[in-house]
Write a protein that binds this ligand. Sequence first.
Ligand code: NAP
Length: 249
Amino acid sequence: MHNYEAPADLLKDRVILVTGAGDGIGKAAAITYARYGATVILLGRTLQKLEEVYDQIESANYPQPAIIPLNLESAVDKEYEDVSVQIESEFGRLDGLLHNAALLGPRTPIEHYDAESWNKVMKVNLTAPFLLTKAMIPLLRNSQNASIIYTSSSVGRKGRAYWGGYAISKFGVEGLMQVVADELDDSENAIRANSINPGATRTNMRAHAYPAENPNNNPAPEEIMPLYLYLMGADSVGVSGQAFDAQPK
Ligand code: NAP
């Protein structure tokens, strides 16, 4: 699906929530989804970045987006319920959910990995997608053919030295995706759930993880969007519980 060519109206009238929509891959996904017709709900922790994405979408004359500021590191149950109430009252349903936000955390051996960092990484990368999924399921049920995409990593499929909590959180994300996919497959308006490993992509997170690397050797987030479109749009109806790679291996 790296070469998937989406029809121009693929996401027309769809309401899609993207976490970490202010930067990197999440920003590219939000703008891309809007370009293909979606009303995008931009969720993230830095309001200024979300506003910049909002302005970019508006000035391109794509459907007017919405902004939900939320820090996934500190958010509690009640705040997720508030998000649900807000989306329910504004849109009445949710057609797509891209769990994209994540924290890299320290790149260090488990022997030296501090517990505070572990808890932060787990909170943002794994607990937040769990709580958001839980809060959004009733709204996703109000949609025909809703799609949930979880963001994984190659180190979430095969463990690698020094990737610590980040790698382990991504293993958890793959598990969450499989459990959710299995549970929601039989529901009346089947909700599909899949995971994407973006592969090496030119973002701040990649630059932090690989400081010695030439960023220009990696594709920009905009270049890995075909799979993000395929899994969000109607061409992937019936595809669920699968782990995908956004770039050829
Ligand atoms: P990025 O450039 O660091 O962007 C991460 C986004 O997540 C930012 O918008 C950030 O917000 C947001 N975020 C972080 N902590 C948050 C919190 N506590 N609450 C709300 N939002 C928060 O990273 P990226 O490279 O685009 O990564 C996107 C996804 O792809 C992640 O799940 C990552 O694990 C995965 N991934 C990336 C690569 C790669 O090569 N880039 C490879 C494999 C997997 P701020 O801008 O406000 O900090």
